[in-house]
Design a protein around this ligand. Structure first.
Ligand SMILES: O=C(O)c1cc(C(=O)O)c2c(n1)C(=O)C(=O)c1cc(C(=O)O)[nH]c1-2
Ligand SMILES: [Ca+2]
Length: 551
């Protein structure tokens, strides 16, 4: 009873129908917002499970259910994509790409598929992009984008725009040299590749001593946002490698930055580095949200980013630059002594900078004020919603490390990483938060607090709701977007670190999300268990959950 598959054109992508969820965050601006309002703050208490489906995988289920006129697609860890009839949960097909046996997955997750024209794309753990037929699941082509034997892998959902499929590579903990690569959507042929770490002689190349740029990190593992008007895509970059900053003295451009890349050529048109010479593993990979922000009575075409470094960043975007507007801490941050009001460049407290042979504690923890899980923005309330971890700190002991192809290149022992968490008096009271911000006014409107951490991507809806999971009690929740009042919660089979989405079929609205705890939410829980008196175990295993209003 499914209608013929409807190709996903540039026009549809630039202006997605409210009934569908065509890409990672629902729109190119990265809002994580569904305009649908049949499920709303008055009736959300009646939300019930319409269907669910066990994926057969453990580890991190983080991908949003992507929906195009009744067809739904999810990806799971281990290079798996599953297609459903969105309304019923009937499986249409399942695709699994084998992973080489010797490949060790440091971050076993996949953050979703991209739909474009008559194809579906996803990026793999063994550093390929695969194109599938969305109707049959048949493999159309696969294109290698990096050497997995050298620690390159992909976890992000691709960005599809202007005839291209654009992805980045992970591997910041293996000493890769990061890049963003665009493939021709039809053929898979590489169109451009832009390194996030410049070579000597290129602009920014002098921010790396000697040969260090070759293993400088700055990986890209979260989908970029895109402005069709300027044809600029915006990407966040990860930590510089290895972690200890004295091994690569200099700013280390363009690690921990937002980059503006021309979608047609990959040319770098602007950047903002959130913190230079990274020492804290604060990957700034979340792409900034494209928002028109009212500030001092003026509209600013903005880029907004809740930094892993604990600051909320308000930038301005133009056709050829990124300008700093403002920044302020949204969680406890004890590293920045100041932020230059003109450029946004921070100065550091020396005693808060880890280094080789030093043991240093700092806040927020190495997982940051916010790790990879996305913020959401509602144009209805004008608020930015931030899933945060507050009051938490880390202690790292820097060690010398030599680069060896395909091996971890961190400079902190795994033992230390798994016990790095340091509690404060405040974090014994609460850690996880959902924060609502009026960015232009720099005003925190409401905050919902959790006793322990929050790893939950957020979605806002036209029904004055904000949805998110992320806590170790397995709950998936809905909040009143205006007031922050918790209106509904549902105990999932596992912790919910999936990106939620919403869609409509035959006039009925649905909320969809994957449960499936894993990756660093799980590792961080281990680090907590090491310092807390009680231990929490979160069950693993992926489930797709789709909710609708009960009668
Ligand atoms: O530097 C990198 O390339 C890289 C990649 C990834 C990833 O691809 O998931 C993570 C991280 N770093 C990282 O620092 C991090 O905290 C993290 C958490 C997670 C997760 O899925 O929970 N992935 C990653
Ligand atoms: Ca990293």
């Amino acid at each position: 009873q499914l209608k013929p598959y409807e190709p996903v054109t540039d026009a549809r992508m630039a202006n997605p129908e409210p009934a569908n969820w065509l890409m990672y965050r629902g729109n190119y601006a990265g809002w994580g917002y569904s305009p649908l309002d049949k499920i709303n703050d008055r009736n959300v208490g009646k939300l019930t499970l319409a269907w669910s489906y066990v994926t057969g995988m453990s580890e991190g289920h983080q991908a949003p259910p992507i929906v195009n006129n009744g067809y739904m697609y999810i990806s799971t860890p281990n290079n798996q994509v599953i297609a459903f009839e969105a309304k019923s949960g009937r499986e249409l097909w399942r695709y699994k790409k084998p992973i080489p046996e010797e490949l060790q997955q440091l971050h076993p997750t996949n953050r979703g598929v991209a739909l474009y024209k008559d194809k579906l794309y996803f990026a793999t753990t063994d550093a390929m992009v695969v194109a599938l037929d969305p109707v049959s699941g048949k493999e159309l082509w696969k294109q290698p984008i990096g050497d997995w034997k050298a620690g390159y892998y992909s976890t992000l959902a691709p960005l599809a725009a202007n005839g291209k499929v654009v992805v980045g590579v992970s591997g910041g903990e293996y000493g890769v040299r990061g890049y963003i690569v665009a493939l021709d959507g039809e053929t898979g042929k590489e169109v451009w590749r832009t390194y996030t770490v410049p070579a000597p002689g290129e602009p920014g190349g002098d921010s790396w001593p000697g040969e260090t740029y070759k293993n400088g990190g700055a990986s890209v593992w979260i989908t970029g946002t895109y402005d069709p008007e300027t044809r600029l895509s915006y990407w966040g970059t990860g930590n510089a490698a290895p972690w200890m900053p004295d091994t690569r003295q200099g700013d280390n451009l363009y690690a921990n930055s937002t980059l503006a890349l021309d979608i047609d050529t990959g040319a770098l048109k602007g950047y903002h580095q959130y913190h230079w010479n990274d020492a804290w593993d604060w990957d700034e990979v979340s792409a900034p949200l494209l928002i028109d922000v009212e500030r001092n009575g003026k509209k600013v075409k903005s880029l907004v980013h809740a930094g892993r470094n604990g600051y909320l960043w308000h930038l301005e975007r133009t056709s050829d630059r990124i300008n700093f507007v403002d920044a302020w801490p949204y969680v406890k941050q004890d590293v920045f002594a100041s932020v230059d009001p003109r450029t946004g460049r921070p100065t550091y407290r020396e005693d808060k900078r880890p280094g080789t042979g030093k043991t240093v504690s700092f806040c927020p923890s190495l997982w940051g004020g916010k790790d990879w899980f996305p913020e959401a923005y509602s144009p209805k309330t004008g608020m930015l919603y931030v899933p945060a971890n507050n009051n938490l700190c880390s202690e790292l002991k820097g060690e010398a490390v030599n680069y060896r192809k395909g091996e971890l290149y961190i400079g902190v022992s795994l033992d230390n990483i798994l016990t790095n968490v340091r509690m404060t008096d405040a974090s014994r009271q609460h850690i996880g938060e959902v924060q609502a911000w009026n960015v232009g006014a720099k005003k925190n409107v409401w905050t919902h607090k959790y006793p322990e951490m929050n790893w939950g991507p957020l979605m806002a809806t036209g029904g004055n709701l904000v949805f998110g999971g992320g806590t170790n009690d397995r709950m998936f929740r809905a909040f009143n977007a205006t007031t922050g009042q918790m209106l509904w919660e549902f105990p999932a089979s596992s912790g919910v670190t999936g990106v939620p989405s919403s869609f409509e079929v035959d006039g009925e609205q649905y909320i969809a999300v994957q449960a499936g705890w894993g990756v660093d939410a799980e590792r961080m829980q281990g680090a907590f268990n090491a310092v807390l008196k009680h231990k929490t175990t979160v069950p693993q295993g992926g489930t797709v959950m789709v909710f609708k209003l009960g009668r």
